[in-house]
Unconditional design. Structure first.
Length: 77
C-alpha cells in the first residue's frame, strides 16, 4: 500500500490530535476517494464530449442541470 505524507494546517492540528490513527486514515481515504472520483468523472465527460455536436446553448443547459444536481447532492442549494 502506498503511503502519503500530508501537512495539517495549524487551525486543524488540535482536532487532529484528538483522533485515532484509524479515524484519520478513514477521513483521508474518503476525501481522496471523492476527489479522485470527481477527477475521473470530468475526464470521462471530456472524452465523451470531445466529438460532441452540441451547440453552446445545449451545453449551457446541460451544465446548469449538472450544477443544480451537484449543489443538491452536497447541500449547497
Amino acid at each position: 500500500m502506498m503511503e502519503i505524507k500530508i501537512e495539517i494546517p495549524k487551525e486543524l492540528e488540535e482536532e487532529i490530535k484528538k483522533l485515532k490513527k484509524e479515524e484519520i486514515n478513514r477521513i483521508v481515504y474518503e476525501a481522496l476517494k471523492e476527489r479522485l472520483s470527481e477527477r475521473l468523472l470530468f475526464k470521462l465527460a471530456d472524452e465523451i464530449l470531445k466529438n460532441s455536436e452540441l451547440n453552446d446553448e445545449q451545453i449551457e443547459e446541460l451544465s446548469n442541470i449538472v450544477k443544480e444536481r451537484v449543489a443538491k447532492r452536497y447541500g449547497i442549494k
